[in-house]
Structure formats: C-alpha cells, structure tokens
Design a protein around this ligand. Structure first.
Ligand code: ATP
Length: 839
C-alpha cells in the first residue's frame, strides 16, 4: 500500500493556528503563544516538511502534544471500544480537543446499539420520568425545552441531571476502570460549565439540526435513518421550524413522525462532518502541490530530455515531456495521479516514458498495468516499440487455457493484466494482493470511478506502492466519482471512511439542479483539491497541427414500410406502457431497433411460417428427434434477420430466406448507399460503428451488395486477432470500410488511416460515441476527420441526439452506463419517453 505517512504529512503541513488546535495543546500556554507568533511557526513547519525535522524543541513539543492527544483518544476508546480510532480522533478534532464535548456528542449520537430514546432525552435535556420507550407529554417537552433554551442555571443542572440519568439508563456494562472514568466524567459534567455551554457546541448542534429540517431537500431528508420519502414530504409540509422547540413539538404531535428523526439527523450531520474533515485534510496536501505543479507547467520542458532508454527514433512531444515531468513530481511526493489527456494524445506513450525514466533511476519494478482486453495488444506493441528494454510479461490468469504467466522476457519489469482478470477469481485476486508492486497503472481508468463497485474494491486492494490512472474522460460533476478518485489518489486519507462515503454518495447521480447545496459545494471543493493530481490537456490546446474534426448529423427519412412499422409499434407501446423506468428502457430499445432496421424485429416471419419451418427443421440430421413445438418456441423470440440467417444455415428451410430488397429496406441504408459511393470516389476511408452486432451483420449484407471491401471487429473477435485486423486495415488501403461495434472498438484502438467515422446509430451515452470518433482523430492523423451521425428522422433517435448534445455541453455524468445501470435508463431519457408516449 501507499508509503505515504498521513500523520506526519498532515501535522507538518497545517497552518500554525490549526496545527496547534489539532495538537490538543492549550493555546494559551506560553509555549503555544511563542509558537503561534505569525510567520515563525509557518516557517518551521515548512522546513519540517522539506528539510526533515531540524529543531529538537519542535520535535519534543510535537511529541508532547501527540501524547496528550493519544491519551484523549484512549479515553474515548474506553467508552466506545467499537468505534474506529481515527473516527474518535476526528471527533476530538471537531471539538477542538475538548474530551467532554467529544464524549457528549459521541454518547448521544453513537450508531446503532445506542438507546436512542435515552439519547434524545439527554440531547434535549428532557427529564426522563417514564420508561425509556415512552415519550414525554408535549407540555413537559415544551417545558423542558423552554428551560433548556433559557440557559438558566436550573435548566443547566436539570439538563445535567437528566443526562446523567439517561446515561445511567443505558445498559452499558463497564469494566471497573471504565466505571472510574465514567464517575470522574459524570462529576466533571455536573461541575463543568463547558458541558452546558449552550452558547457553544450544543447551540451549534441545535441550530444545525433545525437548519437541516428547515432547508433540506426531500432527498437529503431521506438520508435520515427511518425517514421515508412520505415522512420527508410531511416534514416539508410542516415547515417552517424556527427553533428546536417548534421542531420537537411538531415531530412529537404528528403521527408517523417521531423525535428519533432528530438523532438520525445528527448522524447525517456527523457523516457530513467526516467528509468535510477528510476533504480539508486533502486540501492541505493539494495546496502544497499546486505551487509545484504550476511551476512544472509554467517552466515548460526547459532542458528536459526524454529517458535515454526510449527508442531514439521516437521523440516525445513537448506536452508529453511536461506530462512526464508532472508524473515524476508526484512520484517524488509519493502521491498518485490521474493522467486524463484527451483521447489520442499519447497517454500510453507518456506512461511508458515514465516507467522508463523510473527504470533509469533504478526503480525497475515490478509494475502492473491493468488494461481492457481490447487495448492489451496495443500496449504490448507500444512498449516494445518505444522501450524494448522494459521486460514485459502478460498475465492471463489461471482461467486462460494452461498459461498462468505468459513470459515474453524475464526478469519482470511491467506486468500486464486485463480488468476482468484483476477481479476474476479468488486466486487471481490473492496473487495481486501478495505481489509487492511498485506501480499499478490502470488504463481507461473510468472503470475506477465508482467506489461502490466490486471492481473498484478489488482493484484498490492491489498491493502497489504507487498508482497511476489513465483516462480520456473529463471529470464529471458527480460527487461519488470525485470522491472515488480522491480516495484513489490519497487512499491513506480515507482509510476507514469509504463505506460512510459511498453510503452518503450512492444516490448522487443527479443534475446540477437536483444537487443539494452541500453536494454542490463538495463537488467544487473536490475539483479544487484534485487539480494538482489530474493532468488534462485537450487536442485543440496542444496539437495545433492536428487536422480538424468536422461533425455532421445526417437525418435519414425512414423507408415507407419502415415508417409504417415504426408508427404501429409506437402506438402499441404507447397503449401498453405503464411509464415505469425499467419498462421504458425496453420501449426505447424496441423503438431504436425499428428506427435502425425493421429486420431487428420480427414481422415477416409470421407464426404460420414459423410453424411450417419448425416442421421442416425435423428433416435436418441435427434435429430429427427434436420437438417441432419447442423449435417453434425458440424461433418466436428471434428477429427476422436471425431467422433469415437460420434459413441460410439449414437447407430444409432455405426457401424461406428473405429477398435482398427486404434486407436492404431501411432509410439509413438508402442514405449509406449514396454516402459510401461519394466517399469512395473522393478516396476517403471509413470506420463504421454500430451499437448492435446484428446491425453490423445486416450492414455486411449491404457492403457485399455494393461490392465494398471491408473488415469487421466486435466483441466476439478473439483478442489475439484484433491487432492483426487493425494492422490489416492500416496497411491495406484497398479495404474501404472497417466495421466496429461501439463497445468493442471504441476503446484504445488506433485507426488513423481512416478519415471518416460513420456512427450508424448513436449511443444513449454520448461519451461512448466520442470515444469511437477519436479512434481516427489522434496523433498520426494527417487528414481532416469527418464524423457523420446517421439519425432516423422523426424517431426516438432525434430525442437521444438532443439529450446527448445537452449532456456533453453540461459535462454531466456520461460514464453512468458503465456502472451497472443496465436495464434502466437515465431520468432525463425516461422523461423524454414518457412525454413522447403521452404518459
Ligand atoms: N510523440 C509521439 N510520436 C509519434 N507517435 C506518437 C507520439 N505520441 C503518441 N503517438 C501515437 O499516437 C497514437 C495515440 O497514442 P496513445 O494510444 O498513447 O493515446 P492515448 O491518449 O492513450 O489514447 P486513448 O485514450 O484512445 O487510449 C498512438 O498510435 C501512438 O503511437
């Protein structure tokens, strides 16, 4: 794991005032006064960080404070043995190292297991006259609260008394030592004015709770344990709450609501404080890096040379040298980074240059590079080309035939691994946990943007000293993603809080308007913190010589038959749809298929035809003993094109094959026929993407019909064959079209020999299309790249296009589709569908 020393870093880098608070030392003590003189302490702290600790007195002083803090943490640990030590430390920090305040808050708001009723009584200093399950009468609640609010000494005493009783009522079995402590603490509570300093901590808590109930959105209210959406709505209806008193009365009086919600609210507020605390710690580290990173960027490359062991036939471009410098700077500070250059700018090359530089500096690995299957061969090739002296081993995992490690050259410097294998099975995972790696590099790192995912947890468990993430996706306004990446950069900072964080942010896939002010503020803060750890350059900035990319949307009228079928399908779906999201997903898919090609549905092969065909199938030697009814059942779920393919496969039903006219009957095909002819005439070469592999099958029919040479790569193409196909296309100019499925061909493939990208059908997630477009628009392209999107006129695709364009503009979360959102669609898409279906 990271060698980053959290405590020393944090301690050394805090501004003097905060640092003293953290140390739990009396700020009025002569030493601290001395150390608090402006400038002096800052200077010594900075020195501590850069030149190691040079002043013995500082060390002693810090040690003394540290011990004091530790004693406080231990005291809390006795009371809360189940609580995480770091959390206790955090609570103490939150309360300026006042043990009593921290104890009070922990006591009242600890997680499940706590006697909540007692805690509520205790929180609001309500006298507990009845059994713990009974609520006080509203008048007694009001009475006690008014005393509580008045801050008189009687109220203080009563509050202390009831709190003590409440604490006593908790069935907490303590050891003798703990009892001693408790007694001491109890008497301290009674005697101490601090404990009931209503102007201080308690007033803040009260105000925060009232503010939350008054201002929180419905979503935020439902974060409170036990607060359903109905209860949240009720709370909103019952607003305003101008004081805790009115809030408690309202909760008490209203059936369905209860004072327990106050406790739950405190838990939510506390979790938010944890996030705030974490982010502020990250901010400290970040601000230190900003200066140095800015320097790297401003100074440019200077006399910097690329690593000597890089193939001298290749020269890193100036911005790539800067990228290398930045990576080395992060390495120096033992921090992880995210290289997020736009697709095609050479992230692979920069990562290779970086590992080469490390090699030259004596850090020879082993490193692990985790890549998607489709880019594995490309990586191996680039490594061999750019830095043949790095020894590479490809790890295929135990499941891959008999090979465990596929050894290219030994000993090991870089290890390759595919994403699925890194999370594959227990023994693969345990191997990667055991390996003592220097660097773990993750290519296409948007796979690591969801800390809730299993993949994220497994990959984070890989035992590497440093990590580097490569991604072409820009940062999104999504708090879960930002926190996941922050956790990736500074894992030691988040150590035990990931579950809390993921719980808090698991439902924050929202538009800007839907985000709460808290979320919006944290998003801005996270982006600011991450600035020095993310390097993103776009092509327009750094590749002045890269030819332009021209994008065109070509609207294709559906063929007559197709239009009629689309309308019939639309009416049918409209009549049957209930507007539920999962169902709408299916509706959308049906409409998209029809808008692209009618043969993706079944209408020509009627039930009668299928009956006849299934009987004929019994003549096949493979099916002579089958049941015709079962064959028919299978056929009924197939599309027309699949059935046509079946007829091509079996001679007994070959007469049922579809006519060519029917196979080519789609609006987009009519358009494509003319488009391809004119492109060919101009000497252009084409990469054509589709979402549906079956659509690619039908496009193949068209290309054969038009006598265009083509090759094809999709998810079923064996990994080893992929690079061969790519090379074939890049070296044989007679191949006019490269057919690719968007998902398989969208990532990491270089097809700069083509200058036209046709998106036969667009993806709901515009980022996937952008990935696809950039296969041609990258370093090495010499011609203007044309991107042509085919859209079926007056169909669902019009709406998908508009939403996609809006999303790209707003930089909303475009990687959502990759995070297990299968079988559902984004809310904006669902609204669009509901509106067009008139639901
Ligand atoms: N300095 C350079 N000189 C020559 N070729 C280069 C240079 N930098 C990058 N390339 C080439 O440009 C292409 C794109 O580079 P690379 O694959 O590293 O980009 P990338 O940013 O990783 O792309 P993606 O995000 O699509 O994976 C590759 O073919 C690579 O060999």
């Amino acid at each position: 794991m990271s060698t980053f020393n959290l405590d020393r870093f944090r301690f050394d880098k805090k501004p003097a005032a905060t640092a003293n608070k953290e140390q739990g030392c009396d700020s009025k003590s002569p030493e601290s006064e001395k150390e608090n003189k402006p400038g002096k302490n800052m200077f010594s702290l900075t020195l501590c960080f850069f030149v190691f600790k040079s002043k013995v007195s500082d060390e002693e002083y810090n040690e003394h404070c540290w011990e004091k803090q530790e004693a406080m943490v231990r005291r809390l640990q006795k009371e809360f043995p189940d609580q995480d030590k770091e959390e206790l430390r955090m609570v103490l920090q939150e309360h300026d190292w006042n043990v009593e305040d921290a104890l009070q808050v922990l006591q009242m708001f600890s997680y499940p297991g706590v006697n909540t009723t007692a805690a509520i009584y205790s929180l609001f200093a309500l006298k507990k006259t009845t059994s713990s399950s009974q609520k006080p009468s509203s008048s007694s609640a009001a009475q006690m609260l008014s005393r509580f609010a008045s801050g008189t000494s009687i109220a203080k005493k009563q509050a202390a008394e009831s709190k003590r009783k409440a604490r006593a009522s908790e069935e907490h079995v303590s050891s003798e030592g703990e009892n001693d402590d408790e007694d001491t603490l109890s008497s301290e509570f009674e005697d101490s004015d601090d404990e009931l300093d209503f102007k201080g901590g308690m007033t803040d808590i009260k105000n925060e709770i009232v503010k939350f109930f008054q201002n929180a959105s419905l979503d935020e209210l439902t974060l409170i344990s036990g607060c359903s959406i109905k209860k949240a709505q009720r709370i909103v209806e019952l607003r305003p709450f101008d004081s805790l008193q009115s809030l408690v009365e309202v909760l008490h009086k209203n059936n369905g609501l209860s004072e327990d919600l106050l406790l739950g609210c405190r838990v939510v507020l506390r979790e938010r404080k944890v996030v705030l605390g974490l982010m502020s710690n990250c901010e400290t580290i970040s601000s230190k890096m900003v200066k140095q990173v800015t320097e790297v960027m401003q100074k440019g490359t200077g006399s910097m040379k690329q690593p000597c062991i890089l193939n001298s036939q290749f020269q890193l471009k100036p911005y790539q040298l800067i990228g290398l410098k930045w990576l080395l700077l992060l390495h120096e500070h033992k921090l992880s980074g995210i290289l997020a250059d736009e697709m095609g700018l050479g992230k692979t090359i920069q990562a290779i240059a970086f590992l080469s530089q490390l090699y030259e500096n004596g850090i020879k690995g082993p490193h692990l590079i985790t890549v998607p299957a489709s880019t594995l061969d490309n990586w191996v090739r680039e490594l061999k080309l750019w830095c043949p002296s790095l020894k590479v081993v490809v790890y295929y995992g135990k499941t891959h035939h008999s090979a465990f490690f596929l050894l290219f050259i030994s000993p090991v410097s870089g290890l390759f691994n595919r994403y699925n294998l890194a999370i594959g099975n227990d023994s693969d995972r345990s191997l990667f946990r055991k390996l003592r790696l220097k660097y773990a590099v993750f290519d296409e790192g948007h796979m690591l943007k969801n800390m809730n995912s299993l993949r994220y947890r497994h990959l984070m468990a890989i035992n590497a000293e440093h990590r580097l993430l490569l991604t072409g996706t820009p940062l999104q306004n999504n708090l879960l993603e930002l926190m996941s990446l922050l956790n990736f950069i500074m894992p030691s900072m988040f150590s035990n809080s990931t579950s809390q964080l993921s719980k808090m942010f698991s439902m924050v896939r929202k538009s800007h308007e839907e985000q709460s002010p808290f979320e919006r503020d944290r998003i801005s803060q996270a982006k600011l913190i991450m600035k020095p750890f993310i390097l993103r350059r776009v092509k327009s900035e750094v590749l002045k010589q890269l030819p332009a990319k021209e994008e065109k949307v070509e609207s294709c009228s559906m063929s007559k038959k197709q239009q009629a079928l689309y309308q019939t399908l639309f009416k049918k779906l409209k009549a049957s749809s209930n507007g539920e999201k999962r169902e709408l997903c299916n509706v959308m898919m049906q409409l998209r298929k029809m808008a692209n090609h009618p043969l993706l549905h079944r209408q020509y092969y009627t039930t009668e035809k299928l009956k006849a065909m299934s009987k004929l199938m019994l003549k096949e030697p493979t099916h002579f003993d089958a049941d015709a009814a079962l064959i028919q059942e299978d056929m009924e779920v197939m599309s027309d094109f699949e059935l046509h393919q079946l007829c091509q496969q079996y001679s007994s039903i070959s007469s049922y094959q579809l006519e060519t006219d029917l196979l080519l009957d789609s609006g987009k095909f009519q358009h494509l026929t003319e488009l391809l002819a004119s492109l060919k005439k101009q000497g252009d070469r084409v990469v054509l993407f589709s979402q549906f592999t079956m659509m690619l099958d039908i496009v193949e029919v068209l290309l054969k019909h038009l006598k265009h040479r083509y090759i094809r790569l999709d998810g079923s193409t064996p990994i080893a064959d992929r690079i061969v196909l790519i090379d074939e296309f890049n070296t044989d100019p007679d191949i006019f079209v490269f057919l690719l499925s968007t998902r398989a061909g969208g990532l990491g493939i270089n097809l700069t020999s083509a200058n036209v990208v046709i998106l036969h059908d667009i993806d709901c997630n515009p980022y996937n299309d952008k990935q696809a477009e950039d296969r041609c628009h990258r370093v090495g392209q010499t011609r203007i790249v044309q991107v042509i999107k085919l859209i079926s006129k007056d169909s669902i695709e019009d709406g998908i296009l508009q939403l996609g364009q809006k999303k790209l503009k707003l930089e909303q979360d475009m990687t959502a589709a990759e995070h297990g959102d299968e079988g559902t669609i984004p809310e904006d898409m669902a609204s669009l569908l509901r509106a067009s279906l008139g639901l």
